[in-house]
Write a protein that binds this ligand. Structure first.
Ligand SMILES: [Mg+2]
Length: 275
């Protein structure tokens, strides 16, 4: 599956990723729009950072741009489309950017879900692991200036976006090495993300969250877009779903069937679907 061929530069904005991945060209884009229009019960799952907004040095400033907000509002208003923002951010954090839109949200990689304006906890965890892992993160933070630890309800995250890139990356490898020795005793997993390393219980994941949605309802069209390692769980879940269109934004290997180069390409595709 990861036997990648060189990128195929076409006149289109989509690039081929692998022999397994279907080429998405302008013809495919039209087919997606047709499928969307014909469908009666659609599910749209959109990651936030790196998919709808650019990653920023200060995560608190990653507001949804007005043009993207307008597109999302149009999609939300469509009664045949159920749309979720699916993010690793905390509820408080993501609410701050989306409180003007009555949208469903899956936060903290699936641990929390907001539907009809009400947040509900999806996971039970005793958090006995947090103290031990926090101690490792604090030690690592001391060795890497401008890095910091974020404690969410269900996870601990070490951010190195603002650190020196080479030092940040090398320390992140050391951190993952240290964490791997400890995670099994607590049934944890490590998400090696875009300038972040996140630790959370194995029960949580975008893949499990999406699986739950499918247990509750059936959909004749699914669109799932994301840019990071955490979105791969979602893409993997959809590998055997014929109605699912999965798209990775930006560089890197992926289980998604298509790739888009940038956030503006995402906006352009969503705008066409929103009509
Ligand atoms: Mg992302």
């Amino acid at each position: 599956m990861f036997n990648f061929t060189p990128l195929l530069h076409t006149k289109y904005k989509y690039l081929r990723l692998s022999q397994f991945t279907i080429i998405m060209d302008s013809k495919t884009e039209i087919e997606i729009k047709d499928k969307f229009r014909r469908a009666k019960n659609r599910l749209v799952l959109l990651d936030y950072d790196g998919t709808l907004v650019h990653h920023t040095p200060v995560p608190d400033t990653a507001s949804l741009p007005e043009h993207m907000s307008d597109i999302i509002i149009k999609l939300v208003d469509n009664p045949q489309t159920k749309i979720f923002i699916i993010t690793g951010r905390s509820c408080k954090d993501i609410d701050k950017f989306l409180d003007h839109i009555p949208i469903n949200i899956i936060a903290e990689h699936g641990a929390m879900m907001k539907m009809g304006g009400i947040w509900k906890n999806q996971i039970i965890d005793n958090f006995l692991w947090k103290k031990a892992i926090m101690s490792i993160l604090n030690q690592i933070t001391e060795t890497c200036p401008e890095s910091y630890v974020e404690e969410k309800n269900f996870s601990l995250t070490w951010h190195y976006r603002n650190a020196d890139p080479d030092l940040g990356y090398s320390v992140s490898r050391e951190l993952i090495h240290l964490l791997k020795k400890r995670i099994h005793s607590y049934d944890l997993k490590i998400l090696d993300g875009n300038k972040v390393v996140e630790i959370l219980t194995n029960k949580i994941g975008k893949g499990s969250a999406v699986k739950k949605l499918f247990e509750q309802s059936t959909y004749d069209f699914v669109l799932s877009i994301g840019d990071d390692a955490t979105d791969e769980e979602m893409f993997k879940f959809f590998l055997n779903q014929a109605n699912a269109i999965t798209i990775k934004v930006g560089e890197g290997s992926t289980h998604a069937r298509y790739k888009l180069n940038s956030i503006s390409d995402v906006a352009s595709l969503l705008k066409q679907l929103a009509g």
